[in-house]
Write a new protein. Sequence first.
Lengths: 342, 189
Amino acid sequence: MLILFTTALLIEKSILVLALFLVTLGVAAYATLAERKVAAAMQDRVGPDRTGPFGILQPIADGVKFFMKEDFMPNSAERWLYILAPGAFMFVACMTSAVIPWGTQLTLFGRPIDLQVADLNIGILYILGFTSLGVYGVMVGGWASNNKYSLYSAIRASAQMISYELAMGLALIAVVMFTGTLSLREMAEQQAGLNWNIWYQPLGFLIFFVCALAECNRAPFDMAECETELIGGYHTEYSSMKLGFFLFAEYINMFIACAVIAVVYFGGYNFPGLDPSWLGGLMGLVVMLAKTFFFIFVFMWIRWTLPRFRYDQLMQLGWKTLVPLALANMILTGGFVLLFGK
Amino acid sequence: MQSLTNRSKVVVHKEMTFWERLYLPAVFKGMWITLKHFFRTLLKGPSTVRYPEEKRPFAPIWRGWHVLKRDEEGRERCTACGLCAVACPAEAITMVAAERQKGEEHLYREEKYAAVYEINMLRCIFCGLCEEACPKEAIFLTDRIVPADYVRQNFIFGKDLLVEGIEPEKRIDVSKRQKHLTEKQAVPS
């Protein structure tokens, strides 16, 4: 009985992991196309349309192109670190999606199945931990390239990540105090219907959102890439699929960040009228993905609206505005929780 | 100091107000603008032209790739007088004149013709002085774009690229250009 149970669990989780992996890669691939299309529409142009109708084969063409390109490595690069960095970045980016609850419990073949790979009771800490590991890919890549622009980029990226992770963590602490749990599934379950955390934590959401933009190295906080001054920054010296990994992992990061925003502040898979039946569960999954895609759109929207911050402005905003605001938000939330309960 | 135009703006290094320091109103304003563009493009289509498939009409004054015209019987009009080469401010035109032999009357209209006629398209500034100088209405600038190339040598266009074909369908219509030129000459200068 126990063996049967374990095998079933193993199969279920393997299928989930595989599906999640494929979905993550697929979404990231098509996010690159979506980004170009959104950019084009905002600038009154067409965007890529030569590969298939509406350019839907563009990500595949890009992938093929990346593999066909010469894999160049500078002579003075730190050989092993140089090779390791893109892989590490990609690996970390793919790991974070494990704790995100994508839907309610489904009942398939008489078994309750969570649409979540691992329901860690410290889900949020796991995500914070892995996103901060993500900077190692950038840092190691920038250092190993042995190029001054890459090094600048690595320094900027690490400073930026440290600064914004602080505010991000503080914003999340307020949510954790409010919900009383670190598990993302419990957090999602508490936000049934329209009882979303955003109504109680608007300031926290704003801080978290800005920090998420910074953590993903997205404009207006793309200090690490900075085409105009750092000519690509940490991936200046990379080519072929190694460069592809860096660019791709950024889109995965964006997808995960948007999923986390949806779960923590916007009720995850919850929508008014969610019923726990089979169909309702699938609808939950669709709603969750819709929310995530909406935030991906907002990320792109912001990128094609705002110019890049200057480095000192970035630090000013991080340390002098977001951290104090997040602290105030935390104290206020703590006070309210103490006075009125949840 | 009095400003010369009404476009000058006085720069004020004032402290930003609270609303300005919030950044958010300005951010939302910007996002509203890009969103308007986004939906306008989605609903009305982009304001760009898909060039090789879709071409915009040329203006009548457009001056592009030259053509050496033939007359109604298919004989070359050019007599290699060299006026175009003299008129050319960029010195892009060179030619070698030759005498028409017996039996070539169907090829060349007059006794003298250009055996070699070359225009260096890299030197040419497409000013149109050659067509104004031409007494035989032989050279015209058309609305065809000179294509790009990788090699400088290929920009020296010889008679193979300049003279229009004999067949009616290979003739190049310059009536619009002719009309424009006559109108231009009618204006007393």
